[in-house]
Design a protein. Structure first.
Length: 251
């Protein structure tokens, strides 16, 4: 079989959803882990593969595919065992709307991730040391300015951080309502909708937003049930086959 190579990051929810699909389909692959805290994703060699400079990217033979939802749909077509995209047009449309919901959620999540997680990780060493590492990947002034903002803790002010917290909490309300009386986001089986949304929600505690069973009982039940699936367990940061890469925060 043609090799599958995934440009990956253990703690990236976007890359994790691709790993979940690979595991659900019992496919073997090789992960190449990029160090996001050192901006390896913005290096010239990687931008030639993925001009957006983000993970994941999948290389399948001479095909290079990026955007996690595009990758998972490609995998579902090429490896039809255990289909995850619903065949029914209405269910498929609903699954894709949940994917868009997650993409919007990611826009609110990313600045908080850099502000609350990556900034403190960066500040464990001197700015000069960090910049020496980063400039091995990129000298793009816009990227370097971003690294300074993250290091200086000036990605967000308190008001903006609170606004994003509130928006992200509203998303949990919507998910909890959808999951009342049901086990899956779409239809009556596990689909790509669950794979697309859950890895992002599972990272809420990283940005200091706990998921409270009393406030979101249906969401909590769905999270716990799906996190117990082997594909979710094995795709967690630090799990095989990417063990040893050492989880670092992803955005
Ligand atoms: N819409 C993209 C989002 C990818 C994305 O934001 N990846 C994050 C990790 S989850 C990343 O590479 N962040 C590094 C950066 O923003 O420079 C997808 O679903 O593939």
């Amino acid at each position: 079989m043609t090799e599958l190579l995934l440009y990956d990051h253990p703690a990236s929810p976007c890359a994790r959803r691709v790993r979940i699909v690979l595991l659900e389909k019992h496919l073997s692959w090789t992960s190449h882990v990029l160090d996001l805290t050192r901006m390896e994703q913005k290096s010239d060699w990687y931008l030639k593969l993925n001009p957006n400079g983000i993970v994941p990217t999948l290389v399948h033979g001479d095909r290079v595919i990026y955007e996690s939802n595009v990758i998972t749909e490609y995998l579902d077509h090429v490896f039809p065992e255990n289909p995850l995209y619903p065949a029914d047009p209405w269910e498929r449309a609903q699954a894709k709307m949940w994917q868009v919901f997650e993409l919007e959620m990611a826009k609110e999540f990313r600045p908080l991730m850099y502000h609350r997680v990556i900034g403190p990780v960066d500040r464990a060493r001197s700015k000069d040391e960090l910049l020496a590492d980063v400039t091995r990947s990129t000298r793009d002034p816009a990227q370097l300015a971003w690294v300074h903002r993250v290091y200086d803790g000036s990605v967000l002010d308190d008001g903006e951080a609170r606004r994003l917290d509130a928006l992200l909490m509203q998303r949990l309300e919507r998910l909890d309502a959808q999951l009342a009386g049901r086990d899956f986001l779409v239809g009556d089986r596990f689909t790509i909708a669950d794979v697309s949304v859950l890895p992002r929600v599972a990272m809420y505690p990283w940005i200091q937003l706990p998921i409270d069973a009393a406030r979101h009982p249906h969401l909590r039940r769905w999270l716990d049930a799906n996190e117990a699936r082997p594909s979710f367990q094995k795709s967690l940061p630090g799990s095989a086959p990417i063990a040893g890469a050492g989880p670092r925060p992803g955005g």
